[in-house]
Design a protein. Structure first.
Length: 205
């Protein structure tokens, strides 16, 4: 699942970005979610602390005293795998973004054709991420992708070629064998017995 987090204090601009993301995924048929914020709050902080790769689209200047760069720094305290895209009305702040060393994918001026640039970036992310570190499957004509870093464990159902994949975002029933799934996983996964694989990244003891 692609998880987008949009933060912009201009409500209409934020709604425009959400609408753009919706239009992109209407033609891609991938599973995705979008959460929108006008400032940094406790709910935003909980999302940052929660494990799993995300795509953040942040306005640099916010009205509550915290900037998009500040938020990016907070993200990188917990997460170096998520994608960060910066938007701004002040093109001269590009150097500040680079100087912050928070691994921003791109810096987009709102005064340029930001919708075209953002569409190109999201299309690139979809193409890149849909083929790496994910499990793909289809159900009733819709394509789904499960980020393997979000998987807690996988169990084989007693009958047939069915497996249940349990993630931090929910559960998914996939028609394939456990051996087929193993081929798509990395070294963090461990086969505890013939019917179960666990993600050791989530095991503390």
């Amino acid at each position: 699942m692609f998880e987008f987090i949009v933060c912009d204090d201009q409500v209409m601009f934020s709604k425009g970005i959400v609408k753009l993301i919706d239009s992109i995924f209407m033609r891609n048929s991938f599973d995705y979610t979008v959460k929108s914020f006008t400032d940094y709050n406790e709910d935003f902080e909980e999302i940052i602390k929660r494990k799993g790769s995300k795509i953040y689209i942040l306005d640099i200047e916010l009205n509550n005293g915290i900037s998009g760069i500040d938020i990016a720094r907070k993200i990188r305290e917990y997460d170096w795998t998520s994608t960060i895209i910066m938007l701004t009305s002040h093109g001269e702040m590009g150097y500040d973004v680079l100087k912050a060393q928070v691994m921003v994918l791109d810096f987009i001026s709102k005064f340029e054709d930001y919708k075209l640039k953002l569409t190109e970036l999201i299309d690139m992310i979809i193409e890149k991420e849909s083929n790496r570190g994910v499990i793909h499957y289809k159900n009733k004509g819709t394509s789904y992708r499960i980020d393997i870093s979000n998987i807690l464990y996988i169990v084989k159902e007693p009958l047939g070629r069915q497996c249940k994949v349990v993630t931090i975002n929910g559960e998914y029933d996939i028609t394939c064998t456990l051996n087929e799934i193993i081929q798509k996983l990395d070294e963090n996964f461990y086969l505890t017995h013939r019917s179960c694989i666990v993600n050791t990244s989530y095991i503390e003891h």
